[in-house]
Write a protein that binds this ligand. Structure first.
Ligand code: PLP
Length: 418
């Protein structure tokens, strides 16, 4: 058998360059992380060759003995980690998990109430360009104008007005804790299902640093690769047997074919890792680092949406600097810091320009950056923004200096080297 380098040098070279990029840059994309070597090994194993349509003990193919065991272990570990009774670990992604819930619980044309994209919700929570917005009647709640925190009164008002069949809580760019109990109270008052999409904060929930949605939601969906630090994928949890049965049928055969057994193996590894004291310490550091970087940024004259953070991300409002999110994203990438432009609540700029950037600490914390490093990263971000204010194409001297410092910092915190 030939190695990848021999068999396909072009692909091998691109993979190697991408590894270097990840390690030579400071990754501040809030939804990204660096998985463990063990997760990488599980994911790249040859169990990927196996077709295992169906569920453990009820497959449509022979030869599933080990696939069954792997999936059963992944399910048991997910349930133990999150305190749920039922888990489906087959969704190929967070978006697939959300689609499966909609297929399970809704009929086309039913009403769903989710957080608007502008306020920090996810596309799959009813945005017009997605299945969730095209096949269902989507209504959106947002955040309060004074605090930029979720407007629970608006959630209740819209729920009574539109009588949704499904209410979705959870977000992609919201820096504060979410009150699941309040959402459940509203859902019960109008006879709706409550789905919590905890994709961004699953690792924080696992570590006990954000209240678990499990006691409140009828269904919890998640991605496995964000703060949870597992392989790319999704999963669904529930405590209600009938809902779990409907969810299983919706995942397979409803929207997917054979499960990716190699990814399920990776999820099993990640669920076990997330149950350790080391992971709890990691998640605590993620929060501490976000707060530390946020303070430096605020002192440096940018606004943080909600004036701070309870979680792993900062939503930076660049308007006080007179800069756009897209120019900041590009300038930061020039110096080796990756983040994404992001709309801020009530943004008047189009999404491709945006008035903000979203910064997260999960990836940097995984490579070992602590408070000191994140404070310095905050200063480096401010320096790049100041350079942009001098010269809209980026102040070259400033950027050269920051690029050198980013490279030096990354060299001090290598990953995947043992
Ligand atoms: N749900 C939320 C809240 C997300 O933030 C994301 C992605 O960022 C998703 C779902 C979709 O996950 P995936 O990209 O795995 O489909």
């Amino acid at each position: 058998q030939r190695s990848l380098t021999d068999a396909d040098p072009l692909i091998a070279s691109l993979l190697s360059q991408e590894s270097s990029r990840q390690l030579d840059q400071i990754g501040l994309i809030a939804s990204e992380n660096l998985v463990s070597q063990a997760v990488i090994e599980a994911q790249s194993s040859i169990v990927a060759n196996k077709y295992a349509e169906g569920y453990p003990g009820k497959r449509y193919y022979a030869g599933c003995r080990f696939a069954d065991e792997l999936e059963e272990i992944a399910i048991a570990r997910a349930n133990a980690l999150f305190g749920s009774q039922f888990a489906n670990v087959q969704p190929h992604s967070g978006a697939q998990a959300n689609s499966a819930v909609m297929l399970a619980l809704l009929q086309p044309g039913d009403t769903v109430l989710g957080m608007s994209l502008n306020a920090g919700g996810h596309l799959t929570h009813g945005a017009r360009v997605t299945l969730s917005g095209k096949w269902f009647h989507a209504v959106h709640y947002g955040v309060r104008t004074d605090t930029c925190e979720i407007d629970y009164e608006e959630v209740a008002k819209l729920a009574f007005e539109h009588r949704p069949r499904l209410i979705i809580a959870g977000s992609s760019a919201y820096p504060r804790k979410i009150d699941w109990a309040k959402f459940r109270e509203i859902a019960d008052a109008v006879g709706a299902y409550l789905m919590v999409d905890m994709a961004h904060i699953a690792g924080l929930v696992a570590a006990g640093l954000h209240e678990s949605p499990l006691p409140h939601a009828h269904i919890v969906t998640s991605a496995s690769h964000q703060t949870l630090r597992g392989p790319r994928g999704g999963f669904i949890l529930s405590n209600e047997e009938e809902i779990a049965r409907q969810i299983n049928a919706a995942v397979f055969p409803g929207i997917q074919g054979g499960p990716m057994m190699h990814v399920i193996a990776g999820k099993a590894v990640a669920f076990a890792e997330a149950a350790t004291p080391a992971f709890k310490a990691y998640a605590e550091a993620v929060l501490e680092n976000a707060r530390a970087m946020g303070e430096v940024l605020q002192e440096g004259g940018v606004d943080l949406v909600t004036k701070g953070t309870d979680n792993h991300l900062l939503l930076v409002d660049l308007r006080p600097k007179g800069l756009w999110g897209n120019e900041a994203e590009v300038a930061l990438e020039r110096v080796g810091i990756t983040c994404n432009k992001n709309g801020i609540p009530f943004d008047t700029a189009p999404p491709k320009i945006a008035s903000g950037i979203r910064l997260g600490t999960p990836m940097g914390t995984s490579r070992g950056f602590g408070v000191r490093e994140f404070q310095r990263i905050g200063e480096l971000v401010l320096a790049v923004l100041a350079g942009l204010q001098i010269d809209s194409r980026g102040h070259t001297d400033t950027e050269r200096r920051v690029r050198d410092e980013v490279a030096a910092l990354c060299r001090r915190f290598p990953m995947y080297t043992s």
